[in-house]
Design a protein. Structure first.
Length: 185
């Protein structure tokens, strides 16, 4: 959990600088188009940029060394849908008849990882619906595209910087992230 907090601190540190380059042109165009900038619109735009930075950093950080990645032998992709369900059944300690296993089951990676993937894009669905006023179908499409962007970033080894992927391209992440964006709508 501490690595996720560190990633969010990194985003918070870089946010002021990057937000100027990202949001200033958008704000200038909106000001020119509408003649004013409502404070709520500015606030929502800045929080959206901060959210997107956090989500992106959570999918790429921490960055390993290139030497470390070159020696990896882990799988690079999973194209089998619903592997997370099979892993839950196989590895999770949950037993309905043994209440003592319930807390451990909730703390297991087989629960935390899928929930994290869903929660990662719930805010995206919220922004698509309330700020960008996108329909339910558009939110599903944009959530899928965002998730695909994250997964292709991982599959490409951070756009070719690494000799191979250091994180798993997972079709389950596409399903779970799209579900999260849909729930946020």
């Amino acid at each position: 959990m501490s690595q996720y907090i560190h990633v969010i601190y990194t985003a918070a540190f870089l946010f002021p600088l990057l937000s100027i380059f990202i949001t200033l042109p958008i704000l200038l165009v909106n000001y020119h188009k509408y003649g004013a900038l409502p404070k709520w619109s500015i606030f929502m735009l800045y929080t959206f940029v901060f959210y997107m930075m956090c989500a992106y950093f959570l999918t790429i950080l921490p960055l390993p060394t290139r030497t470390y990645v070159a020696h990896l032998t882990t799988p690079t992709h999973n194209f089998v849908p619903f592997t997370f369900v099979r892993e839950f059944i196989k590895y999770n300690p949950f037993s309905l008849t043994h209440p003592g296993t319930w807390i451990a089951a909730l703390k297991a990676p087989t629960v935390i990882q899928p929930l994290f993937n869903i929660f990662l894009t719930v805010p995206f669905g919220f922004y698509m619906h309330y700020y960008f006023q996108r329909s339910w179908k558009q939110t599903i499409l944009f959530s899928f595209c965002l998730s695909l962007f994250f997964e292709l970033t991982q599959l490409s080894g951070l756009y070719g910087y690494y000799p191979r992927p250091y994180r798993l391209f997972d079709v389950d992440d596409l399903l779970l992230n799209t579900t999260g964006g849909t729930l946020g709508h």
